[in-house]
Design a protein around this ligand. Structure first.
Ligand SMILES: Nc1ncnc2c1ncn2[C@@H]1O[C@H](COP(=O)(O)OP(=O)(O)OP(=O)(O)O)[C@@H](O)[C@H]1O
Ligand SMILES: [Mg+2]
Length: 239
């Protein structure tokens, strides 16, 4: 049996992660990216093909241990790409099982949206053909799947997150503003890593997610330090 070793207390079966929606939430600096990197290392150990949308150029350290293709625009990428190459890279990643860091830190916003739309549209289509495990990891998820606002990019990411399972597609969505992420997506997350939040609107989201009295949620969240989170997967464990 293949397990992802997340911490001393938490192990997830690889089979329970494939095709699932994972959410990592919490304020700036609460440890989300660190948690995400731990999960990714475990997935990469099992050669899971995936794409990390790296907004701030934070993930290239993974290249020291794992074979990952870094593309996009920044000084850390192996190959600089433009919007017109997005579909090809997506195709290589999913058809040849190549993990990809899509470092978009050097593009202007408009280009990021166009590139990600083409990329994920292709991933969705090809996942329908290949039907094998594949994960997408999305930092700053509130930017791409915002509450209430409709965009083509949001539509395709939502489709992957909510309907990807039959195609083997899973997603890790990461955000520092839980209340600004589309609720229809967030409410379907099955595995949650809830780091500290302070904004009342974000706390409200935690209260809605966790089947606990409000006061208990507030007490637990208030006590969290950097790197600590509430792990929720049908049961609780404190990291
Ligand atoms: N489990 C941990 N143990 C020790 N230090 C940690 C842990 N998790 C995170 N840190 C440290 O805390 C800082 C913030 O972590 P991280 O970048 O993961 O936060 P974040 O929630 O992703 O922040 P942002 O919202 O700005 O992206 C980093 O310096 C990181 O090294
Ligand atoms: Mg981060």
């Amino acid at each position: 049996m293949k397990h992802l070793h997340i911490s001393d207390d938490i192990q997830l079966k690889l089979d329970d992660v494939i095709g699932r929606l994972i959410a990592i939430l919490g304020i700036r600096g609460s440890g989300k990216t660190n948690t995400s990197a731990v999960i990714l290392e475990e997935l990469l150990k099992y050669n899971m093909p995936l794409t990390i949308v790296d907004i701030d150029g934070e993930y290239w350290g993974l290249k020291e241990k794992y074979e990952i293709l870094a593309v996009g625009k920044s000084e850390n990428v192996d190959v600089k790409i433009e919007v017109e190459h997005a579909e090809y890279v997506a195709e290589v990643s999913i058809s040849k099982n190549v993990p990809v860091i899509l470092d978009v830190s050097g593009y202007l916003n408009e280009k990021i949206y166009k590139l990600l739309f083409k990329y994920f549209k292709r991933i969705w289509y090809l996942a329908g053909k290949f039907r094998k495990p594949y994960m997408i990891i999305l930092e700053e998820a509130h930017e791409f799947i915002p509450q209430c606002i409709k965009t083509d990019l949001k539509e395709v990411i939502t489709r992957i997150a909510l309907r990807g399972r039959k195609r083997g597609l899973g997603a890790v969505i990461i955000s520092q503003r839980s209340a600004k992420v589309e609720k229809d997506v967030l409410s379907q997350a099955e595995i949650l890593f809830l780091h500290k939040v302070v904004h009342p609107a974000d706390l409200k989201v935690y209260k809605e997610i966790l089947p606990l009295p409000s006061k208990d949620v507030v007490d637990m969240v208030t006590a969290l330090n950097v790197g600590e989170c509430i792990f929720y997967y049908g049961e609780f464990v404190n990291l």
